[in-house]
Each structure stands twice: as C-alpha cells, then as structure tokens.
Design a protein around this ligand. Structure first.
Ligand code: ZN
Length: 139
C-alpha cells in the first residue's frame, strides 16, 4: 500500500544509522486499524441493516465487508493524520460521483480542507459504506 504523501519515519535517514524512537505524534498503522475497528463496530451495532444497505454489492460476506469498512476507515484517518503532520496545503474530498453517493457525501464533493481545517475534517462523521477519498491538493 502506497500513501499519496507523507513522511514516513522509516524512510528518513537516522543519525548515525542507529534505530531511533519515532518522534512524538507518530502512530503505528496498527493503532489506526484498532481505532477504526472500534469506530466501525459502533456503527454496525447501531444499524441492523448496515450490510444490505452497503452501496457495494457482490461476493463479499458480512465479515469481509466489516473488514473492508475498517480498512477504508483506517486509511481515511491515516491520510488526515499524515496530512496534519506534513506541509501539505490541503486535502480535497472526492466522491465516486455515481448515483450511489449519499446526499451527505455529495454535499462534500470537491470540498477543499486547507491545512488549518484538517482538525475539522478529522472530526467529521463518516457513514458505513462511504467510498469517498481524500486527495492531496498541491499548489
Ligand atoms: Zn462518502
């Protein structure tokens, strides 16, 4: 998995070649997955119809769909987290642009969050089945 941006600590040369502790604020991907699992499971517990209501259909089992939702959520959270720690100018909310996009997400299509607005973006709720992406905005 490649991220569109971000400065991963392991890509930086470490002084003297010695391993060093991650700087304050750095988070492991496992933390994002654990947090996303809690977030998704809370959504699932609150909506008995979550599975049939997903906008993507196909051969996915309930367990696979839950795992997919967790992965998407962890990535979404990670993108915002990395953007906040980078010098990126902004993130743009991008929907799939099809008829399955919900009204809530459609309203956010193309919305640009400047670096200073990333905490606001981070606090915005997301629904299960959201297929939106955050794209880096470069000047
Ligand atoms: Zn969405």
């Amino acid at each position: 998995m490649r991220w569109p941006f971000g400065k991963r600590d392991k890509d930086r040369p470490s002084p003297g070649g010695a391993a060093h502790a991650a700087p304050a604020g750095a988070r492991a991907m496992a933390d994002f997955f654990a947090e996303a699992a809690r977030e998704i499971d809370a959504h699932i517990a609150a909506d008995p119809q979550w599975f049939p209501n997903l906008p993507y259909k196909g051969a996915m089992s309930k367990d696979q769909a839950r795992q997919f939702e967790i992965e998407k959520r962890a990535m979404w959270r990670r993108v915002i987290h990395d953007a906040r720690r980078s010098d990126l100018k902004a993130l743009k909310w991008t929907t799939r642009g099809d008829e399955l996009v919900c009204p809530q997400c459609r309203a956010n299509e193309g919305r640009v969050f400047a670096h200073g607005q990333l905490p606001e973006l981070e606090a915005m709720p997301l629904h299960l089945g959201c297929r939106c992406e955050l794209l880096p905005e470069r000047p």
